[in-house]
Design a protein around this ligand. Structure first.
Ligand code: GLC
Length: 528
């Protein structure tokens, strides 16, 4: 039996924006509980919830001040236990978000560490003497702008933070830090959590000598200083794979848990799969594959990547595909509406775990957030705000979109909520929501789509053509990435098959299958 997560579809919940049950304008755990039946109706298997642990919310939960408490904004531990029980009763898995690379500066560990140079926890974080001129110890920059170092005036040393100053980096070269973080994981696994998505795992090891990073030749004056130097020494350094293997072992001590790791945005199969480790030295189950977020919308780019990646993933791991998350432009805004539908056909039919982001199933586009309404520290400091993909979910066409009864949601509700929402789309056979539900149903009933092998075929320009096969179960998928119609020669046995779904959602007018199939612009079809 393969582990449950290999055939799962994971839905990412951004909890601030899913459903606000207590009317304060911010989503919460009771809101998620109220909506669990929606997820079973949709047909996903696991909910990954972005951070809900106690946090001052400098980076909206990616700055944890207590790993064993739920932030009061979201509810209580008792609410969480209810959520877990209610989800499990419906056959849904719950995956939490762990942020081990850094804590909040409000975490008790950092409060102790900064108390004095002699404090026993001083070395839990990364401290350096000022440079000769009193400035930062080296040229490392924060992802959120400015130096990656902040001076702690009381003790006269700088501490490292690759993100906001409120997110000091832990020192994983200190074994006590590893043990302390592994204990936090066990706390939740003991409670029955099905796994973790783990934040920026490749950044957890820095060069022990802290050399300057080399200049990036692509950087020009006027570009954000975050990109001025290549992050050669500030992340992914010696010891990282051993650390991740040890972290993965915490999960493997339990049965049926999954470890998912966020690694740098890379389209290099070797880089991605290295974090899965080898059968005798496994690391984490699923290192995120962000290539679909980065590749140009181009059939040959996708075919080339998928062929190489599918072949590179070791058997004890499994491929996975990420089309969107809480840090990126929403799929429909990035690609266009018709392309986003075609991408959904691809996401749910490739060999691998699909990761979908809240709202993709409604075809949501980026929200409208004026600069003075930005909440995201990256947006406030550098202009490239992630708030657009974090605006509230649309349950219905009412003024609060069914998200909140407050007239002050934490981010504005997008103006297309009256058209794009669960209630309206449920009743519309052509909606993106109904397309997602159909694709998820096909995945559930056709074994080839989950456990089947993957093989691609040559096809005309703009077309990505592949087959999934498990014993007698065989499915062909043809995706037209281009704006022109294309006629595609199918594998010989296809004439016996039918189109089961088209990204056009016109079940009443599906293209006919013969030796060839005629695809409309940006049409993706599942043939089985
Ligand atoms: C990850 C998260 C992002 C966060 C950052 C720092 O990239 O996805 O939202 O800001 O890590 O924790």
């Amino acid at each position: 039996m393969s582990p449950w997560w290999q055939s799962a579809v994971v839905y990412q919940i951004y909890p601030r924006s899913l459903k606000d049950a207590d009317g304060d304008g911010v989503g919460d755990l009771r809101g998620i509980i109220e909506k669990l039946d929606y997820f079973t109706w949709l047909g996903v298997n696991a909910l990954w919830i972005s951070p809900i642990m106690r946090s001052p919310m400098v980076d909206f939960g990616y700055d944890v001040s207590d790993y064993q408490a739920i932030d009061p904004l979201f509810g209580t531990l008792a609410d969480f236990d209810t959520l877990l029980a209610e989800a499990h009763a419906r056959g849904l898995k719950i995956i939490l978000d762990l942020v081990p690379n850094h804590t909040s500066d409000q975490h008790a560990w950092f409060q102790e560490a900064r108390a004095s140079r002699e404090n026993p926890k001083r070395d839990w974080y990364i401290w350096r003497e000022p440079a000769a001129d009193g400035g930062p110890p080296n040229n490392w920059k924060s992802y959120f702008g400015g130096p990656a170092w902040t001076l702690d005036a009381a003790t006269g040393q700088y501490y490292l933070h690759n993100f906001a100053a409120g997110q000091p980096e832990l020192n994983y070269r200190n074994p006590a830090v590893r043990e302390a973080m592994f204990d936090q994981i066990s706390f939740w696994l003991d409670r029955g959590v099905d796994g973790f998505r783990i934040d920026v795992i490749d950044r957890m090891m820095k060069h022990p000598d802290f050399p300057d990073n080399p200049p990036d030749p692509n950087w020009k004056p006027g570009d954000a200083d975050a990109w001025q130097f290549r992050r050669v020494y500030s992340e992914n350094q010696d010891g990282i794979h051993e650390l991740i293997a040890d972290m993965g072992a915490v999960f493997r001590a339990y049965s049926d848990r999954v470890s998912i790791g966020e690694i740098a945005y890379s389209s290099d199969p070797a880089f991605i799969t290295r974090f899965a480790g080898t059968p005798d030295k496994p690391q984490i189950d699923l290192p995120f594959n962000f290539a679909p977020l980065m590749l140009p919308w181009n059939a040959s780019a996708f075919r080339g990547f998928v062929d190489a990646y599918d072949a590179a993933v070791p058997a004890h791991s499994f491929p996975n595909y990420v089309l969107g998350n809480h840090d990126q432009q929403r799929l429909a805004s990035r690609l266009g509406t018709a392309q986003a539908r075609c991408a959904a056909v691809m996401l749910f039919t490739l060999r691998g775990v699909p990761f979908m982001y809240q709202g993709e199933e409604l075809g949501l586009t980026d929200g409208e957030v004026a600069p003075e309404q930005y909440r995201d520290p990256q947006g406030i400091n550098m202009g490239n705000s992630r708030d657009f993909c974090r605006t509230p979910f649309h349950w219905d066409g009412s003024p609060g979109a069914g998200f909140t009864t407050s007239d002050a949601p934490w981010l504005p509700i997008a103006s297309n909520a009256p058209e794009l929402n669960v209630e309206t789309e449920k009743g519309d056979a052509y909606s993106v929501l109904r397309l997602y539900r159909l694709l998820l149903t096909l995945r559930r009933v056709i074994p080839a789509l989950t456990t089947g092998t993957y093989r691609s075929y040559d096809a005309p320009d703009d077309v990505f053509l592949y087959e999934r096969e498990a014993g007698e179960s065989r499915v062909v998928v043809a995706l037209n990435f281009g704006a022109e119609p294309r006629t595609v020669l199918l594998p010989p046995y296809s004439a016996r098959l039918h189109v089961l779904a088209s990204s056009y959602s016109d079940q009443d007018a599906l293209p006919a299958v013969g030796e060839t199939i005629a695809l409309r612009p940006f049409e993706g079809v599942v043939i089985g």
